[in-house]
Design a protein around this ligand. Structure first.
Ligand SMILES: [Zn+2]
Length: 52
């Protein structure tokens, strides 16, 4: 199962919020994370969504 997340991510390189689309993953601690790529600089973006 791979869910998609569309929304705001904070890009540490651009130092700004970016709207991107990425995959939702659950890490080993049971925390849901969204992973995307900054549309402007290509940096990996992570956003914590909370407990799965
Ligand atoms: Zn960026």
């Amino acid at each position: 199962m791979s869910d998609k997340y569309d929304g705001e991510f904070y890009c540490v390189k651009c130092k700004a919020k970016k709207t991107a689309s990425g995959d939702i993953v659950v890490n080993e601690k049971g925390t849901k994370m969204a992973k995307a790529i900054c549309p402007d600089c290509g940096t990996k973006l992570n956003r914590i969504l909370g407990r799965a």
